[in-house]
Design a protein around this ligand. Structure first.
Ligand SMILES: Cc1cc2nc3c(=O)[nH]c(=O)nc-3n(C[C@H](O)[C@H](O)[C@H](O)COP(=O)(O)OP(=O)(O)OC[C@H]3O[C@@H](n4cnc5c(N)ncnc54)[C@H](O)[C@@H]3O)c2cc1C
Length: 525
């Protein structure tokens, strides 16, 4: 290992978690310096700590402490990233960025990218009962400023929030009476379960304009892609947040975002995305004019490979053999069902919890599902990144859903009124030429259409996670249907059987047992 003089050790110590091992972390350094240091690996035989001493630590002229050479790092970025177009360096620095007060429409724009990490306020644990500044927590689109429909928008959304708040207590009472409180459940676990159930029941009343907070952790590259999309978005709110994000990100990673707003770089890039989107929309309008959607179930399996299971068997054998891919496929075809099952069982292994996942052979076959489900469930399922998911604009034209307890407590007439008002407002906005803005008025109980195309490995992850009893009943139902279709319609029984943690029950008390388990963990019990 390289050694350092005592002076060098003093200079290095604040920035590296050790000075004598081959594995170390970089701390207390600007993102651009960390990125530039890594970027130097590609052209320098020196160790990282030596590079830091030689190239990035600048000696103070008047005997003061040395400083970090960010200017040099920025120049390196300018050259490698902007001039050579080596985008890998844009992945070498990251930012935690908070986006507060974002409508639910905007949250989905923010959460579109696959390569970032997100954490969003939960509609299950945060009741939307407060009125900061005297206003319910929803976004009023700037597009409606001064327009005669604005007062109707505010009135309609106010009423939706008032209805939501009014029914929280009756639903709490309903769930308290309905769910037996098992002995040994603390007051905290019990009240948290009951409140979550009540809020789950009511979230369908919340409009897409409801404001939320999203925490994002991503690399410069992830942010660049996001901003390029946001800057030409048809909604003013999205463009406004793009501007704000640029300002804040430039305070932390300016070197990573040089291209975004340069007219000849990011400008033409955003124009390209925007033009392709608009041209396709115009063409679709012309080609599909007058066509009405045919009726479909909530979940339809629209594409799968009848040979999928055989292909997974071949892929499972691949890494343990020396044979070519196509030869293995021919062999897998000749195996009997018992042998194939043996291979799949061995490959899936003895899973003792859902995090024990079989390997990439399960990525050899895929499923495409078209879903016509409520917007609330979509919000949750959209968070999965290792799949292809696209959705159609929110509308009130696919009808709405409600759960049994809404009728039981007598809330259905109010529920219907909120839905009817939302539909009326939506149609009025569309008629006035605000078809993008009209989406803000759509409440979470309204159905929307989206597809999810995913391989069997991601299907296992998503189905097992999203059927767990503590999940929302709406997405549990969708994922249970996906599981049934994989086993039944696709005939991939062994793949479905490998999803041993898919919970196909309609257990009411699931969340309670999860809360109890969480509490036990917290108390170290
Ligand atoms: C009961 C429940 C409550 C929830 N509550 C909240 C909540 O309050 N707020 C909230 O924001 N979310 C909540 N979620 C959503 C959850 O946090 C995840 O966002 C969601 O499950 C999708 O992400 P994923 O990592 O599970 O899977 P996917 O995105 O489908 O990814 C599959 C796997 O790929 C890997 N992976 C994917 N992307 C990355 C990446 N960028 N970096 C590293 N590895 C990656 C991980 O191994 C991951 O498990 C909740 C989910 C459940 C089931």
């Amino acid at each position: 290992m390289e050694t350092y003089t005592p002076e060098e050790q003093v200079a290095l110590a604040p920035y590296f978690t050790n000075l004598d091992g081959p594995v170390f972390a970089l701390v207390n350094l600007p993102e651009v310096v960390k990125g530039a240091l890594f970027a130097r690996y590609s052209r320098s035989p020196k160790s990282l700590r030596r590079l830091f001493l030689d190239e990035f630590l600048e000696q103070a002229s008047a005997g003061g402490p040395p400083s970090i050479g960010t200017a040099r790092a920025e120049r390196l970025y300018e050259r490698v990233f902007s001039e050579y177009g080596d985008d890998s360096v844009a992945q070498l620095g990251g930012v935690h960025l908070a986006c507060e007060g974002a409508s639910n429409i905007l949250t989905k724009v923010l959460e579109w990218g696959r390569l970032m990490a997100y954490l969003e306020q939960s509609t299950r644990y945060i009741p939307y009962t407060d009125r900061p500044g005297g206003r319910w927590r929803y976004h009023v689109p700037a597009e409606l400023e001064g327009h005669p429909l604005r007062p109707r928008y505010v009135e309609t959304l106010d009423r939706a929030f008032e209805t939501y708040v009014r029914w929280i207590e009756p639903l709490r009472a309903h769930w308290t009476a309905r769910l037996p409180r098992p002995s040994g459940t603390s007051d905290t676990a019990w009240s948290s379960t009951i409140r979550a159930k009540a809020l789950d029941s009511l979230r369908g009343l919340l409009p897409a304009a409801t404001r939320s907070s999203v925490g994002i952790f991503g690399t410069g590259q992830g942010y660049e892609a996001l901003l390029l999309r946001m800057r030409r978005h048809p909604l003013a709110e999205v463009r406004d947040y793009a501007d704000r994000m640029m300002v804040e990100l430039r305070k932390v990673i300016p070197a990573f975002l040089q291209r975004v707003d340069r007219p000849d770089r990011g400008g033409v890039w955003s124009d390209y995305l925007d033009e392709a989107r608009r041209t396709t929309a115009q063409l679709a309008e012309r080609l599909l004019v007058g066509l009405e959607p045919e009726p479909r179930s909530e979940v339809t399996l629209t594409d799968f490979d009848p040979d999928g299971e055989i292909k997974v068997v071949a892929a499972a054998l691949y890494a343990s053999s020396r044979l070519p891919d196509d030869q293995l496929l021919a062999i897998a075809r000749k195996l009997g069902p018992e042998e194939r099952n043996q291979v799949l069982e061995a490959y899936a292994g003895k899973r003792t919890n859902r995090r024990h996942k079989p390997g990439r052979a399960f990525e050899r076959t895929a499923y495409r599902f078209d879903v016509l489900g409520d917007y609330g469930a979509f919000r949750d399922l959209q968070r999965h990144r290792l799949l292809t998911l696209e959705w159609q604009p929110l509308t009130t034209r696919h009808g709405w859903v409600f759960s049994e307890e809404i009728e039981t407590v007598g809330a259905l007439p109010d529920w219907r009124r909120v839905m009817d008002d939302a539909a009326g407002l939506y149609e009025a906005l569309v008629a006035a030429g605000f078809s993008e803005v009209a989406q803000y008025a759509v409440t979470m109980a309204y159905r929307m259409r989206y597809y999810m195309e995913l391989n069997a490995r991601e299907a296992m992850h998503m189905i097992e996670l999203r059927t767990s009893p503590q999940g929302h009943p709406a997405y549990r139902r969708i994922c249970q249907a996906m599981h049934r279709l994989i086993a039944g319609q696709a005939g991939h029984r062994a793949i479905a059987a490998a999803m041993t943690f898919a919970d196909l029950s309609d257990a009411e008390e699931g969340r309670l047992s999860a809360e109890r388990a969480a509490e036990k963990r917290r108390s170290g019990g």
